[in-house]
Design a protein around this ligand. Sequence first.
Ligand SMILES: Nc1ncnc2c1ncn2[C@@H]1O[C@H](COP(=O)(O)OP(=O)(O)OP(=O)(O)O)[C@@H](O)[C@H]1O
Ligand SMILES: [Mg+2]
Length: 503
Amino acid sequence: MTDQSPILRLENIVKAFPGVRALDGVSLDLRPGEVHALMGENGAGKSTLMKVLGGLHQPNEGKIYIGEKQVVMDRPQTAKQNGVVFIHQELSLADELSVAENIFLGELPRKSLGRVDWEKLYTDTDAILDRLNVGFNARTRVGDLSIANQQMVEIARALTVDPRAVIFDEPTASLTDSEKVVLFDVIADLQSRGVGVIYISHRMEEIFKITDRISVLRDGSYRGTLNTAETNEEDVTQLMIGRKLDLSRNKVQHEMGDVALEVRNLSCGKLFHDVSFTVRKGEVVGFYGLVGAGRTEIAETIFGLREPSAGKILLDGQEVTINSPQDAIARGISLVPEDRKGQGLVLGMNCRDNMTLPQIGELTSGPFTSDKAEVAIFDKYHDALDIRTPGWRQTVGNLSGGNQQKIVIGKWLSMHPKVLIVDEPTRGIDVGSKSEIHNLIRDLAAQGYAVIVVSSEMPEVLHVSDRIVAMFSGRVMREFTTEEVTENNLVQAISGLSEDRVA
Ligand SMILES: Nc1ncnc2c1ncn2[C@@H]1O[C@H](COP(=O)(O)OP(=O)(O)OP(=O)(O)O)[C@@H](O)[C@H]1O
Ligand SMILES: [Mg+2]
């Protein structure tokens, strides 16, 4: 047993928002050098608890101790002065500024006359970036970086102070495997220097790999803390969702119809090359591969976001030209994008309007939109996807991260597409809802939709697909039916090791 006194303690924190008791008396402590996981379903209160600790929200009740001293975290600077730094779930960077300016925002180094010491700013920034082993530098404009690299900038920002505690709120959601390795090295390094780390993630394999203890929240209540080494996924899940997860539901094989979508020798510059496949009505085809294999780009090309450099797309046997997403939607193709925050939601708008946005034309009669029809759509997907919100009037920006994603999924489902493409359908989604979304995808196929699921998670592709297309470096390496696929040959195919590339 450690008898080290904790770095910080949260005691009986209560936080209420209109219509939601987000935290209902939560206590937590963090020890020096430990990685402490915070887990719970979407909307359980994880981010809110961390925002209270980070000085972004004021609790209605409860106390925060740093060491033995009680501290009122009245603003983020107070938290930082007390050595608590926060890497947010939502990126909060200024696109127009350089990486260096973003990292030192509000604390730019100054020369004697108050002028910014640009040279020092850039050297200090590059020193931090070196530690993170990234492929950009201090002067790069943040708006030019990929989402994953922007995430690395957020992480770099936390390393400018000598922290006592670092909070990571779903840091790996958009990172590639190699970036994850760097992040875990950074965490191990913080740990070895006695820094405490609070780590929020829905990815069980990460939790069991890097954490020492796991605390669980359910509906804003504290459910307990487990030693990672003494527990397992099943017990943690049960604590999170209050029941055993039913994974027994077998994949229902349903009848398949004609080919709905056919892609023939499709290429798009250097992004992907000579890609051919079909998707039948009632079929789920999984696209599996590493980040950068070209899967998202194929989806975007079919959806009219990119122009192919060669090849054909056929819908119901007819060749079609898709010049824009409007074209795609009109032809019955929907894409639930990977970057849902950037491409999927209007954060200041309410839940219902976000969901019915693409259909606003159809739901309008005369000068008015049909409120009733819109609410009915919201209600349907609210129930089907188990979206946690006090009601449709809630602003989407106030929903928890995972629930925001469910709104986007609902939005595209409600359009009853013929071909539905879902890119990383359960990224950031908790385990319980994950299996609900998988079941929903299978149900949609059973109703005759042709579905493409792009995913980097092997269990997910294996679970939802009838057929799996394995990609490596912009090419289709192999196709598997679910009967013949094994984890081994799937891994081989996506690493480019497979001998028998399909012609
Ligand atoms: N600013 C806000 N105004 C109103 N309600 C809010 C606000 N912030 C959070 N909530 C609500 O508080 C509850 C907890 O949300 P929180 O973001 O803490 O969940 P979470 O555990 O981080 O979930 P996720 O895994 O989806 O990120 C949710 O019901 C959410 O809708
Ligand atoms: Mg959250």
